[in-house]
Design a protein around this ligand. Structure first.
Ligand SMILES: C[S@@+](CC[C@H](N)C(=O)[O-])C[C@H]1O[C@@H](n2cnc3c(N)ncnc32)[C@H](O)[C@@H]1O
Length: 315
């Protein structure tokens, strides 16, 4: 199991004001050592299609907005794997709504960056980097997708990595970070929003101010939702989602933990709603979601989500 020793950047407050001198940036010579560890690079075509479709429906303006620093800001695909296919697929999906969108694929494995470089162009970049994203002066991030990256880390690495990532995202920007099955039929993801205090945004060094410590205990992010996705090809079995939970939940499905209560409630709601199965899996999924909401969970019951297999638990 991979483990990284991430020091808390708060302990180095002088970095906030330090003038950073960067050497000429080449994709394979980052000015800072990438934070993180290379992990298995497995990916698959269209594995993350539903993640992109979710992003497009969740907040379409995030990909198109041009106000302030969002103008020209990047979509970052963190940890794209042994080749660039998922990044390039996202490029074509997202550029249907924003033809000028700049896209940065980041990999901590040098060979994977080399493999992707032939696909770079004037708005599609691939760079060697880690959780401390390899941004250049004047670059800003509107959205990070990080899928199947944290799976091989230890849970203790989760919060420090999130805090480092928060430094690089524009206030109001999002990260969708999650885990999927090998072909993306099922996934779950944290949807986290970079907190809005604009004076805490420090794109190249330092940390957000301590006033931004969130209820999650993780600086810089508001945990907005936990999302579950199914394309129904594997049927509908609540327990299957337990196996692809994000790192901050996967070891907590034990009695006494809120995520355990959530799954128990979802399973009961699904069992009670089993009659709806005769009308199809989508109807059963929706009816179970309604049962979960009736138990007090803040579930988004809009048809546009449930009929397409997205359960959004608003936190
Ligand atoms: C399993 S692949 C996932 C590929 C793709 N995102 C997907 O879901 O199909 C995980 C990739 O994340 C990369 N990775 C792990 N930690 C990283 C980090 N801190 N920064 C950048 N890439 C990282 C690994 O090198 C690996 O190629």
């Amino acid at each position: 199991m991979a483990s990284l020793l991430l020091s808390n950047p708060n302990r180095r407050p002088w970095r906030r004001n330090a003038r950073i001198i960067r050497p000429m940036a080449h994709p394979l010579t980052s000015h800072k050592k990438p934070v993180g560890l290379p992990t298995r690079g497995k990916t698959a075509s269209n594995r993350l299609r539903r993640v992109d479709n979710f992003a497009l429906l969740y907040e379409p303006s995030l990909l198109t907005r041009t106000d302030g620093l969002f103008r020209d800001s990047l979509f970052v695909d963190l940890g794209y794997g042994f080749d660039a296919r998922t990044t390039l697929e996202s490029a074509s999906r997202f550029r249907r709504v924003n033809p000028n969108l700049k896209i940065l694929g980041v990999e901590i494995d040098k060979e994977r960056v080399e493999a992707a470089l032939p696909f770079a162009d004037d708005k599609t970049f691939f760079r060697l980097g880690g959780f401390n994203l390899p941004l250049r002066t004047g670059e800003h991030v509107r959205l990070i997708r990080a899928f199947n990256v944290f799976r091989q880390y230890e849970e203790k690495d989760f919060a420090p990595a999130y805090e480092i990532l928060a430094q690089r995202v524009l206030p109001g920007g999002l990260m969708i970070e999650g885990t999927s099955t090998p072909f993306g039929q099922l996934w779950s993801a944290n949807v986290v929003r970079r907190v809005l205090e604009s004076d805490g945004y420090v794109p190249h060094s330092g940390m957000p101010s301590s006033s931004q410590k969130q209820a999650s205990g993780i600086q810089g992010w508001d945990f907005e939702a936990l999302v579950f996705s199914t394309n129904f090809r594997l049927g509908f079995d609540v327990e299957e989602f337990q196996t692809i939970l994000p790192k901050n939940y996967i070891h907590h499905v034990v009695a006494g933990e809120p995520i355990h209560d959530f799954f128990e409630a979802w399973k009961r709601a699904a069992a009670e709603a089993v009659g709806a199965k005769v009308y199809g899996l989508r109807q059963w999924f929706s009816a179970a979601a309604e049962g979960l909401a009736a138990r007090g969970y803040k579930i988004d019951l809009h048809k546009k989500w449930l009929s397409k297999g997205w359960l959004i638990w608003r936190l």
